[in-house]
Design a protein around this ligand. Structure first.
Ligand code: ADP
Ligand code: MG
Length: 400
């Protein structure tokens, strides 16, 4: 799927009111409500600063958490307004509702160069239902000459009022964040610099079927690691002990191996594995060959020979798309495979793309974030993109 969509620089915003859908869904301390990581707010700055510098009046909006259509005071965006104000170095006006009287009055009075943040969109049932009346009410805040800028990549796979519905009523373009995702991930899927190597791991085969299927059509090499490798091993008659196994997906795993052969795609499976006698950070561990895991033991990481195989497979890649950790990286003793792959990616000249929420977290935690070409800002959205699915929040934007 390749998108050629208009972006903020393709549309005149001077003197206009711009409704900008951001992703301010930040992690918060459960007790105090304090923002524990403001990465997403900082990521939104380039688009917001551009709009403000162009003389737009910016109406920013976002969801936060899962209030399910009810007003939940703990999920107010007020702390985000405060943090955004510090980061922008200018006043951020905050509306205590999203399309109600306070938002309407503050949006109407908003001047070029000023920014207003609306209250949590998901306090209203209309948001997730993509209710046209709610979408229209959002659009009306920007008025007759209004513009819609979509910059929340994390929600583009959802057709909600603020991510898709609103584009019915306003000219719609992407912000810089979405533009970058479309260019880099879209580019790698549509016209990759070859060889294209896909590294797929994580916990379950069942959650990655779409990605494996789509990448089998595009990639030159597919590398399988993580928990899902044991379903492939079991399907080939191997002993997997207590490892993660999806018995219902064994036939599918065999089909994928066959399909790869037919298509001439090199499919690499682990040759050895690091096993543990419990799912615990301090479990006893040892290395065994694939398919030889004794009862009472489970595979929690790829083994050293597999690391060797996989890191040499990416060394000469043109593009690497990585989704899914190679092992239980949350336990330092079983993060070796994931770290080795991240290290190998950091050393190639390839375009390196990391998608998936846990994969992005792993790369950051292990200290390789700034060594990758691109780490997607959307977990589920990047997966659906890699599956080749149409993204409603992107489809609705104006074509170039
Ligand atoms: P992403 O969010 O990047 O798409 P997933 O959600 O598919 O990735 O998988 C991430 C999870 O997979 C991690 O929490 C990791 O602990 C788990 N995982 C990886 N390897 C194994 C394994 N061998 N056994 C159990 N869980 C695993
Ligand atoms: Mg995940």
């Amino acid at each position: 799927m390749y998108y050629n969509k208009k972006t903020v620089t393709d549309i005149d915003v001077k003197g206009k009111k711009v409704l900008c859908r951001c992703d301010f869904n930040v992690p918060q301390d459960k007790q105090t409500g304090a923002i524990t990581d403001d990465k997403r707010i900082r990521a939104a700055l380039p688009t917001l600063q551009y709009l403000l510098s162009q003389g737009a009046a910016v109406i920013a909006c976002s969801h936060l958490g899962k209030p399910k259509g009810e007003v939940k005071p703990a999920l107010t965006l007020a702390p985000v307004a405060e943090r955004l104000q510090q980061l922008l170095g200018q006043d951020v006006i905050f509306a205590s509702d999203s399309v109600g009287p306070d938002a309407q009055a503050k949006a109407a009075a908003l001047q070029p160069g000023q920014i207003l943040l609306l209250e949590n969109l998901r306090f209203d049932k209309g948001e997730e239902k993509n209710d046209p009346a709610f979408a229209k009410a959002l659009a009306d805040l920007a008025g007759k000459d209004g513009v819609y800028v979509s910059d929340a990549f994390g929600t583009v796979h959802r057709a909600h009022a603020s991510t898709a519905g609103v584009a019915e009523y306003l000219p719609a373009v992407s912000g810089y964040l979405i533009q970058k995702e479309l260019e880099i991930i879209g580019g790698a899927l549509a016209a990759p610099k070859r060889p294209l190597v896909a590294i797929l791991g994580g916990s379950k085969v069942s959650s990655k079927i779409g990605v494996i299927n789509n990448l089998l059509e595009i990639a030159d090499t597919i590398i399988i690691g993580g928990g899902m490798a044991y379903t492939f091993s079991a399907a080939q008659g191997g002993k997997v002990g207590d490892s993660l196994l999806e018995a219902d997906w064994m036939d599918y795993a065999n089909d994928m191996v066959k399909k790869a052969e037919e298509k001439g795609v090199k499919l690499l499976l682990p040759v050895d594995t690091m096993i543990a006698d419990a799912f615990a950070p301090d479990a006893n561990a040892q290395v065994v060959a694939t398919g030889e895991i004794p009862d009472g033991w489970q595979g929690l990481d790829i083994g050293p020979k597999t690391i060797e195989l996989y890191t040499s497979a990416v060394a000469n890649a043109g593009t690497v798309i990585w989704n899914g950790p190679m092992g239980v990286f949350e336990f330092p003793a079983f993060a070796t495979g994931t770290k080795a792959v991240a290290e190998a990616l950091s050393k190639t000249d390839a375009i390196t793309i990391v998608g998936g929420g846990d994969s992005a977290a792993a790369v950051e935690q292990l200290g390789y974030a700034d060594k990758m070409t691109h780490i997607s800002t959307g977990g589920g959205a990047s997966l659906e993109f890699m599956e080749g699915k149409a993204l409603p929040g992107v489809v609705c934007l104006l074509d170039k």
